[in-house]
Design a binder for this molecule. Structure first.
Ligand code: KG4
Ligand code: ZN
Length: 354
């Protein structure tokens, strides 16, 4: 059974053909990084305009490289939220038109549900090579540019939110710190890279553990980096995250140390909270998804924690952690076999709880 997945929730246009909810036949992602880079973050209007330009070629390429045609699809699964409303509108309108004109069933998928089901996808080899698919129940850490949340997943459609960020998402903190350091957008990959050669104990940045629950907070950490830069450089600060420092007084060693220390603070909080969630819920499986899930230090620290606590850890390859349409098709497959078909008046929703 072939499902065409479509995701235009943020700044990537993606289409994918997935067989039986797990085998990826194609997964095309058209990145808009080069458009948004000079602004240090996503400009929503530019994102939606670019989606309009790329949606058809991206879907076409996904069908072509999967060597399939519209006639062979069982359904089209589209992400209808949460996300940027203008961006979501492009994917939803496109999917509805395609389904209406060709008589194909339409399935609506929550973006976060897609992230959860990315752990069920095969990539570059059988799922067994990654420890197989996670069995329910499991704890799902979704950590991206727009979300940082912990869910308990008891089955398809059975999701309980355990905690979420009260302010910035972890990826947002990466992007803002990267902007301050003049490292560009998106911030995760360059900080991840530079952190490798830095000292994670060089600067004692704060960790907001909020011990009363499983919520997160990362805006204080971002401000701590800003204040550290103000003090160290002696530069008059521009508004937080408005523009980067001149950094005339910072050498590359110090930048590496700041990256490593910032990253360690993020990783410490994510790992400890995930461990608390597993302990509190008495669940011994953890899945990770979202762009920050591709972070090498986070992966290592989670693996150590899982080993120490006797937990099974499932982290999909980086290409499935970051936004992609294969995960939408994987979750869409579950909706389709549950006969959960969307109506043609489906509308995208910017703030859509799971
Ligand atoms: O899941 P995603 O592709 O899109 C959203 O739904 O937000 O995540 C993008 C976020 C960005 O904030 C980016 O800086 C971050 O994921 N990211 C990383 C890494 N790769 C991407 N953060 C830390 N380390 C990485 N290696
Ligand atoms: Zn995402």
């Amino acid at each position: 059974m072939l499902i065409l997945g479509i995701d235009t929730s943020c700044d990537d246009t993606s289409a994918s053909v997935v067989e039986d909810g797990k085998k990826i036949l194609s997964n095309v992602v058209s990145s808009q990084e080069s458009i948004h880079r000079k602004y240090g973050g996503i400009v929503p209007e530019l994102a939606s305009r670019r989606h309009i330009e790329t949606i058809w070629p991206v879907v076409d390429e996904a069908l072509r490289s999967a060597q399939t045609r519209l006639e062979t699809l069982a359904a089209v699964a589209v992400c209808y939220g949460p996300g940027l409303i203008g961006s979501l509108l492009v994917g939803c309108s496109f999917a509805k038109s395609l389904c209406f004109s060709r008589g194909i069933p339409l399935v609506a998928v929550n973006h976060l549900e897609g992230h959860i089901f990315s752990s069920f996808l095969e990539e570059g080899g059988p799922l067994a090579d990654r420890g197989g698919a996670p069995e329910f129940p499991f704890i799902s850490l979704i950590v991206s540019g727009g979300h940082t949340s912990l869910y308990r997943v008891d089955g398809f459609g059975r999701y309980t939110e355990l905690g979420r960020t009260r302010d910035d998402a972890a990826g947002e903190a990466y992007d803002k710190v990267s902007k301050l350091l003049g490292l560009g957008y998106p911030g995760g990959p360059p900080i991840d890279r530079l952190a490798h050669e830095g000292n994670p104990a060089a600067v004692d940045f704060p960790r907001a553990y909020l011990p009363e629950g499983l919520d997160f907070s990362f805006s204080g950490l971002k401000t701590a980096v800003l204040n550290f830069l103000r003090t160290t450089t002696g530069e008059k600060a521009k508004a937080p995250a408005a523009s980067h420092f001149e950094l005339r007084t910072l050498n590359i060693e110090l930048i590496r140390d700041i990256c490593a220390s910032f990253q360690q603070a993020v990783v410490d909080v994510l790992v400890r909270k995930t461990a608390w969630a597993a302990e509190r819920e008495k669940v011994n499986k953890i899945t990770v998804s979202g762009g920050v899930g591709a972070n090498t230090a986070l992966g290592r620290a989670l693996a150590l924690m899982a080993k120490k606590n006797g937990l099974q850890l499932f982290i999909p390859p980086a290409s499935l952690c970051t936004d992609n349409a294969a995960m939408i098709a994987a979750a869409g497959h579950r909706h389709f076999i549950a006969c959960d078909i969307a109506a043609m008046n489906l509308n995208p929703v910017a703030y859509l709880p799971l």
